[in-house]
Design a protein around this ligand. Structure first.
Ligand code: GLC
Length: 811
């Protein structure tokens, strides 16, 4: 039953000792933390994020992308045309025109796409710098959002253009910026063209291009720190008839129109003239943003006229990231693991906390909003570095809960409008997911272990259907909802779906159940039992412990299939994910979660994980299920809508793969944990043209062996893979995890590792951890500030201690 080709075709993923993987499009610069892209023609746009969850946007390695303020659907600034030809347009562009020859080009390669003498894009945390050179002119554009400004009434992004004449003769250039504004309501901008195209207009006032409507005060703008020679505010005037962004008529003629756009499509094109002697450099800063207080715009421009302020803003951005990334640092024998954990995995985790699954190169920012389960899981990868933001997020998510304990599946961040997500398309099926509310329990307990901020439990949070209560009451309601919605075996009903959006087995009979949700429930009540123990609430601890035992017993009695756990019971009560089925004989999640939820007795846990490894393993990580469906199957619906090998239908769903890393480490199988970790690690892939996505961040899925494009990655950036790979690696392989009584350090590292070093901040104390292997075994002993202790939990130091040295010996 092993997947055809699963062990045949692809090159093996190199072991950790191997030299960093070669990638023809770029490499990691560990000194600067940047991923350096050396060719503009990457297989897909390789993206980065600007901003920190307020004003910001996405930007590709050729400056494609768009901007928005807090909510890409309800407060959009610029447009992006997904899935169009030419790809990855529009963006944040600057054209350079030689006034003698009339030739023009863009240092970001797009949108002109002229072959450049030199090109380089550096994506760093929160900024992107793209350099291009042609015919003796070198131009660099640095894009970032000043960190302090995003909460101001007039947030904006900076494009810092520097042009150098590297040649021997004087050059006269004209520059033309290009940004394409949309209506702030991005859905109307796409759907109600008749209206939106009449109501949006642009004009120039005091050299600032302002884009407004009569219906809202909201004003988008583009300005520059150097007074422009002229401007163009209308897209059709700028581009000209029968042309496109590669050769707009305004750039070809070198003549801005000096006219706004009375209706139609507004653009921000400012024209400047640069007269550059040999060796001369000129800098010019564009500012683009959105505000409801347009009077503020002038103040912002005045501020950034001082180049020192621009530099200070960049330094502040870097200092913010330094601080964020300093809370966890590691040096392991696996260079790529080290690189991922120290920088890009954490950058991705912070980005998922900001944007959930709302807006990326694959998510348009029009549809889904923030996901309840998604954002709850996202806090897990960022709570160590930004507990305040995790707290805020959790409080907002608890407000999505109904009094009966279930929660809205998603929410739009500015309007607060919640909804049942995909379930709305099937009003006859349950309008709730069986997992959303339980993730909130798991995430809140993780927050409490990290911070011990038990005051959170007394905070009040509203119920979506009116009234409000403490967070503690919300936690209990989540448990009660699952208990009150069980099927014939006593397992949780599946609801519209559990974690797997596409597993739509519950069509209303009340018989469809999810053993996996039972396992998540087990994790949640174990977390609550532990919390109650910590709070000295013995009776409640006993109750939650009992709920765990009861539910685990139900799972073991009803869902064990001999060598692995079943995935679901369908609407007629028949099992799914069991031996002998034509499709989906086995699914990964109940195997990994039988370990994570402490459901499986030891021998079943071993067997379940071994079965998953044998039957689902591929060189690029485990498949979610096997064999995949090949056509519509009414028992599961959504899963079977995908072709075999794609996404949830037998693809490699990296988010679920991370649980395999974690389960293996929890079982003490260090080599397996590291093998799966590396299978899923984008930096380790040496086949960029097959893989296609960014090498520095995790994708949501990779096509599985049954798919003709086995190995191709999709849906990068916004995925739970980020948080869970971080947790799997740091908590379970490196073994550094917060507990109520202190920081546990219990590494599960491969026999070949000689050790590692880490720095972990925990409750205001910096732990300097030095792990050494002194024998092939798994016995761990700890020496804390020179004194041996007889547990693997480093107790919290007394008041005033800010740093603790921990030596860990494994023998
Ligand atoms: C997507 C969704 C997530 C879901 C997963 C599996 O990543 O954002 O909520 O759990 O797919 O279906």
């Amino acid at each position: 039953m092993r997947a055809p080709g699963a062990d045949a075709e692809p090159e093996p993923v190199p072991a950790f000792e191997a030299a960093p993987a070669a990638n023809p499009y770029g490499h990691l610069d560990t000194a600067t933390r940047e991923f350096v892209i050396t060719r503009p023609d990457t297989p897909t746009p390789w993206l980065n994020y600007l901003g920190q969850g307020g004003y910001g946007g996405v930007i590709s390695n050729t400056a494609g992308g768009f901007s928005f303020d807090r909510d890409p659907r309800n407060r959009r600034v610029t447009r992006y045309r997904y899935n169009s030809i030419p790809a990855d347009q529009p963006g944040r562009y600057v054209y350079l025109r030689d006034q003698e020859t009339g030739e023009s080009w863009s240092p970001t390669w797009q949108p002109v796409r002229r072959r450049l003498d030199a090109y380089e894009c550096r994506h760093g945390p929160g900024y992107t710098r793209i350099c291009g050179a042609l015919g003796g002119i070198e131009a660099t554009i640095l894009y970032f959002v000043p960190p302090g400004d995003q909460d101001e009434p007039c947030p904006c992004e900076l494009w810092v253009l520097r042009v150098r004449n590297a040649g021997a003769t004087r050059r006269r250039l004209r520059t033309f910026s290009y940004a394409e504004f949309g209506f702030v309501d991005a859905v109307s901008d796409q759907q109600n063209l008749d209206w939106s195209q009449h109501i949006v207009s642009s004009r120039s006032e005091d050299d600032v291009i302002l884009v407004t409507t009569r219906v809202r005060p909201t004003t988008s703008f583009l300005a520059s720190t150097v007074p422009p020679l002229g401007f163009t505010g209308d897209r059709e005037d700028f581009v000209g008839r029968g042309r496109d962004l590669a050769s707009p008529v305004v750039v070809e003629t070198g003549q801005p129109t000096n006219a706004g756009s009375p209706r139609g499509n507004s653009v921000g094109s400012l024209c400047h003239e640069l007269d550059l002697g040999p060796g001369e450099v000129r800098q010019l800063v564009y500012l683009m943003g959105v505000t409801d207080q347009p009077a503020e715009i002038a103040r912002v421009i005045a501020r950034y006229r001082d180049p020192g302020v621009v530099e200070a803003a960049l330094a502040a951005l870097q200092a913010d990231w330094d601080a964020y990334l300093s809370r966890f640092r590691v040096d392991t024998p696996d260079h790529e693991m080290t690189a991922m954990l120290n920088v890009w995995n954490q950058v991705q985790c912070r980005t998922t906390l900001h944007w959930s699954r709302f807006v990326s190169g694959y998510e348009t920012g029009l549809g889904r909003g923030m996901g309840t389960r998604d954002s709850a899981q996202d806090t897990l990868g960022a709570v160590h570095a930004d507990p305040d933001r995790a707290r805020q997020t959790l409080l907002r998510l608890w407000e999505l809960q109904f009094r009966d304990g279930h929660a809205w599946h998603q929410v739009f961040p500015l309007s607060g409008e919640g909804g049942p997500g995909l379930a709305a398309e099937h009003p006859d099926w349950p309008q709730w997911f069986s997992d959303d509310h339980l993730w909130l329990v798991v995430a809140s307990c993780a927050y409490l272990r990290e911070t011990d901020d038990v005051a959170l439990l007394d905070e009040r949070a509203g119920w979506t259907d009116g009234g409000g209560d403490t967070v503690w009451a919300h936690l209990v309601a989540a448990v009660e909802f699952t208990l009150a919605h069980r099927g014939p075996h006593g397992l949780p009903r599946s609801g519209f779906a559990d974690w797997d959006d596409t597993l739509n087995v519950d069509h209303g009979s009340g018989r469809a159940e999810s053993p996996w949700t039972a396992m998540l429930f087990c994790r949640a009540v174990l977390d609550l039992a532990e919390l109650c123990q910590h709070l000295g609430r013995g009776a409640e601890a006993t109750r939650f412990g009992g709920l765990h035992a009861d539910m685990a017993a139900v799972v073991n009695a009803s869902a064990w299939d001999g060598a692995w756990y079943a995935r679901a019971f369908d609407d007629e009560g028949r099992p799914i994910g069991v031996a002998g089925e034509a499709h989906q004989e086995i699914n990964l999640n109940p195997q990994t979660w039988s370990v994570i939820g402490h459901v499986a007795p030891p021998e079943r846990a071993e067997l379940a994980i071994r079965s998953a490894d044998e039957l689902l393993g591929t060189p690029f990580g485990p498949m979610l299920l096997w064999p995949p469906y090949d056509g519509w199957d009414g028992r599961v619906c959504g899963t079977s809508s995908y072709p075999p090998g794609a996404k949830e239908n037998g693809g490699i769903f990296c988010h679920a793969g991370a649980w395999m890393v974690m389960a293996a480490a929890m079982l003490g199988r260090a080599d397996d944990a590291c093998r799966h970790y590396r299978e899923l690690m984008p930096l380790a892939r040496t086949d960029a043209d097959r893989y296609r996505s960014e090498p520095y961040v995790y994708p949501q899925n990779v096509c599985g062996p049954a798919h003709p494009q086995f190995g191709l990655a999709r849906n990068s950036w916004l995925t739970g893979t980020a948080a869970w790979m971080f947790v799997a690696a740091t908590h379970w392989i490196l073994g550094i995890r917060p507990e109520y009584e202190g920081l546990r350090i219990a590494p599960v590292i491969p026999a070949a590792w000689t050790g590692f070093r880490a720095r972990r901040e925990f409750r205001g104390v910096a732990y300097e951890i030095d792990v050494r292997r002194d024998g092939p075994g798994t016995d761990i002993s700890l020496v804390v500030d020179g004194r041996p202790i007889d547990t693997t939990v480093v107790p919290l130091p007394g008041p005033g201690t800010t740093s603790v040295a921990v030596e860990v010996i494994i023998r």
